[in-house]
Design a protein around this ligand. Structure first.
Ligand code: F6R
Ligand code: ZN
Length: 187
């Protein structure tokens, strides 16, 4: 069973090129993520043009149309700001009660979930791992490894993205490395 999932993720590695599809790509640099990281002094010592993650998306139907699905591949670079690992911005879906699948392709990390009461929990992301993100749940991925972390995503075409509340309130937990150990600091 697990083997099957791993084989599938290799297929997605090939699909990484999404050949013949109209792909929309974006890159998030450190300069786009100033509010995200805790250690402002460490942040100011880094190159703002350092890429943190890149995303390739395939949108087969119009944004907001119900009934369709979107597909994304995210690659998070290895790196830290102070002790805090590179991560995605994280978001709720604007159409709150829409779910999503994530699956690990390469590298290792943590998928952080946070519900509307700010309760957080995490799942380890590794090659072949599969993650169901329920509706009403913010999600962020953290690269805890030393290589690129790649993962796939599939979500409803009418989900939309709400970055505002995370930008304002953040997640109620942070993942940092201290004395060579990975620790989760809760609010
Ligand atoms: C789509 C989704 C992913 C993320 C991507 C980048 O709903 O969750 O495709 O958009 O991993 O993360 P964010 O969007 O948080 O910058
Ligand atoms: Zn999402």
């Amino acid at each position: 069973m697990r083997q099957g999932i791993i084989q599938s993720s290799k297929m997605f590695l090939v699909a990484n090129r999404l050949e013949g599809k109209k792909v929309e790509s974006s890159i998030r640099y450190l300069s786009d993520m100033e509010a995200v990281f805790m250690d402002k002094v460490a942040f100011s010592a880094l190159d703002p043009q350092q890429p943190v993650y890149e995303v390739d998306c395939y949108f087969p139907v119009a944004d907001n149309k119900s009934g369709g699905l979107f597909f994304g591949l995210t690659r998070i670079f290895p790196g830290k700001v102070g002790g805090e690992f590179f991560m995605t911005k994280g978001h709720f879906h604007s159409n709150n009660d829409t779910a999503e699948f994530y699956w690990g392709i390469k590298g290792k990390g943590l998928l952080l979930f946070m519900d509307k009461t700010r309760k957080v929990w995490a799942e380890e992301m590794t090659e072949g791992s599969v993650h169901y993100i329920p509706g009403n749940t913010a999600h962020r991925v953290i690269n805890t490894g030393v290589e690129m972390l790649s993962f796939g995503a599939c979500w409803p075409s009418d989900a939309g993205h709400d970055y505002g509340s995370i930008e304002k309130e953040g997640f109620s937990a942070r993942v940092v490395e201290k004395d060579g150990k990975l620790i989760i600091i809760e609010e």
